[in-house]
Design a protein. Sequence first.
Length: 149
Amino acid sequence: MIQPFDDVYFMKKALQEAEFAFDKGEVPVGAIVVLKNQIIARAHNLTETLNDVTAHAEMQAFTAAADFIGGKYLKDCVLYVTLEPCQMCAGASYWAQLGKIVYGASEPERGFRNLGTKLHPKTEIVAGILENDCAQILKRFFIQKRNLN
């Protein structure tokens, strides 16, 4: 039986958020938080818009999800994010006790895995969902940015 609400379905929703970021001139990273197959938070990078280095898609999504559920712990939630979280976002996921992180493209330089950042022991990780699509939007953004300068 086909499961309509699988990792690919939700990563496509995170990619929509990345497109919103792209259109705003933000690094195109999108994130959503899901609880029991329901999207409870949608976010994308806002570091340029807010002039805030901490305004990553994941951080925005954690805040919105915590507000939605009325608590700071996201134990039963899944974060879908188009790019592997950085050290800061992985640290925030630790404190939120996030249940699962699903990401698309890897970030070999600044990603939490390469930097050895610890996640909450109960957090499950799934990598590489729609990896090519997630990487392509980033490549497209940086090629466009280089051509404008």
